[in-house]
Design a protein around this ligand. Sequence first.
Ligand code: ZN
Ligand code: ZN
Length: 219
Amino acid sequence: MTTTLACPLCRSDKKMHKAKLLYGTPVCRKCLYKFANRRQIGYVLDWLLWLFISFWLGTMLGFLLGVMDVSDPVFKRINFFLAWFVFPLIFFCKDGFVGYSLGKLICGVRVVHIETLQPQGFLSSFKRNLILIIPFMPLVIAFLLNKGHRLGDGWAESKVIWKKYANHPVFTGQLACENCQYDLAGNVSGVCPECGTPISVVNQQRIRVVDSASPLLVQ
Ligand SMILES: [Zn+2]
Ligand SMILES: [Zn+2]
């Protein structure tokens, strides 16, 4: 495989000597970690927000039940239900607001469908986040998400994209113009015939890959 000169995302060649694969495409380490950090920070923000919401909901409900003078067993059952079903459910569904949680919105990352690239809803969010219930899994995932896909994305058929590069082939995985999404299969001119944008290094690679039918970079 030929090494590329510039990172397809930041277009700098400074860190490309140790390029890493993001969704199967070589990018510079700086971009790789920047994207991973956004996802990690987004998660921590969501987690803090969830703790805050759970705490206040729990406190308010506890107060309410106290005023209503419910019996101890009922109080315990409601507590159990909240702790094991309602609060976890809120967390699992957090990415379902058209692909955003508050943390993801702040950090500029979004959950989309792996093929259609459409923003995902609550069911998909539930599927991809259910795995976080396993102890220490969030930590494990935090270290493993550098490549792009993380555990849980398979079942949910989801992927996380960097909003700033939403149309970039690194994230779309498609051989299409970053600017206008025109299909670039078989392109030889080096510019997009639809909008005139020069064809990026990633797309040049993808054209070569498609032409030579090599399994490299094909996701
Ligand atoms: Zn870069
Ligand atoms: Zn174009």
